[in-house]
Design a protein around this ligand. Structure first.
Ligand code: 5AD
Ligand code: SF4
Ligand code: FES
Length: 336
């Protein structure tokens, strides 16, 4: 599929064609992953961030954001609880928080792997140097999530302050891939200034980069950010892009995101029916959840890990799929 075909798919479908698109995406996903849906247990371990992305509630300029850091013991406790609940992937996510040294991150990663050798550890802690990425990998980290947010340089500048660059973000992604991580990139749907042309460019970039995972969720404004009065991304646009992404990259791991569940009560189920095959319930201690507010209205902030796990299991089976106790590795094959 080239740029023109993608543009047509993004802009000119009748409701009947839209349904055909979802059905085709589901069929492709079924042929690779059956009806299995993979679980990732998310531990949001620090709400401090040195960056100032214009869209995000954790940006350093947001003085109202309540900041916290989890200790090593707290993180390990969450990981143990996750293991008991059947998670075989733990995602450690935070703002870009220099308080945690590379050595600290490496030791937590290796301790989780020691306690639970059959569990994959995913990091989502932002832009770092190649040596840092290599060190985490050597300590046992398997995967890394770093959304590229937009591949278009002008659009990137409109979403981020001067000191951040698209070039460094892309450099990170290629370093991660070369080191051997399973890598996730991704974008928000309906972010301020986003055009159809940008999305076409993102799709072409992802086709070329061939990430193992792609995070796609709607942009949702946060009241204490410069984009507080902007419109959110829509359910339909997000589902539409999930389906196209599944068709473009049949074996990609594609989460039905928390943001999708936030803009629509059945958003994640609908995401699965549009081609997604991963869900990422929250494993963070209930006491800190409200403080990790990337956007307004984030769901699951009042619930314990076990509740989220059960709730998602029910939601996934209600649409004919089952969550599985498995690392849920990428099913594709490297072509290079
Ligand atoms: N709405 C939706 N997603 C957001 N993120 C950050 N802020 C928002 C927002 N306001 C996403 C970004 C980031 C990921 C951790 O969360 O894409 O990469
Ligand atoms: Fe920090 Fe990530 Fe939020 Fe940007 S999106 S401000 S890097 S937590
Ligand atoms: Fe968290 Fe439903 S998934 S409470």
């Amino acid at each position: 599929m080239g740029g023109e075909d993608l543009r047509a798919l993004l802009t000119s479908l009748t409701p009947e064609e839209e349904q055909l698109l979802y059905d085709a995406a589901c069929e492709v996903r079924r042929s690779v992953y059956g009806t299995d849906v993979y679980l990732r247990g998310l531990i949001e371990f620090s709400s401090y961030c040195r960056n100032n992305c214009l869209y995000c509630g954790l940006r350093r300029g947001n003085e109202k954001c309540q900041r916290y850091r989890l200790s090593r013991e707290e993180i390990l406790e969450c990981a143990d609880k996750g293991y008991e609940l059947g998670f075989r992937t733990i995602v450690l996510q935070s703002g870009e928080d220099p308080w945690y040294t590379d050595a600290w991150i490496c030791s937590v990663v290796s301790q989780i792997k020691e306690r639970h050798p059959d569990t994959a550890v995913t990091l989502s802690i932002g832009e770092k140097g190649r040596e840092s990425y290599q060190a985490y990998y050597d300590a046992g980290a398997d995967r890394y999530l770093l959304r590229h947010e937009t591949i278009n340089a002008e659009h990137y500048k409109l979403l981020h302050p001067e000191e951040m660059s698209r070039e460094n973000r892309i450099r990170c992604l290629y370093d991660l891939k070369e080191i051997g991580y399973q890598v996730g990139c991704g974008i928000m749907v309906g972010s301020p200034y986003q055009t159809v042309q940008h999305i076409v460019q993102d799709l072409l970039f992802m086709k070329e980069f061939r990430p193992q995972m792609i995070g796609i969720g709607p942009f949702i404004p946060h009241k204490d950010t410069p984009f507080g009065n902007r419109n959110r991304g829509t359910l339909q646009d997000t589902l539409h892009l999930l389906a196209i992404t599944r068709l473009l990259l049949p074996d990609v791991l594609l989460p039905a995101t928390t943001a999708l569940g936030t803009i629509d009560p059945g958003g994640r189920e609908k995401g699965i029916l549009a081609g997604a095959n991963v869900v990422m319930p929250n494993l963070s201690p209930a006491a800190v959840r409200e403080k990790y507010m990337l956007y307004d209205g984030k769901i699951c902030t009042g619930d314990e890990a076990a509740e989220c796990r059960r709730c998602l299991e029910r939601r996934i089976s209600s649409v004919g799929f089952q969550v599985v106790v498995s690392r849920g590795d990428w099913a594709g094959k490297e072509t290079i």
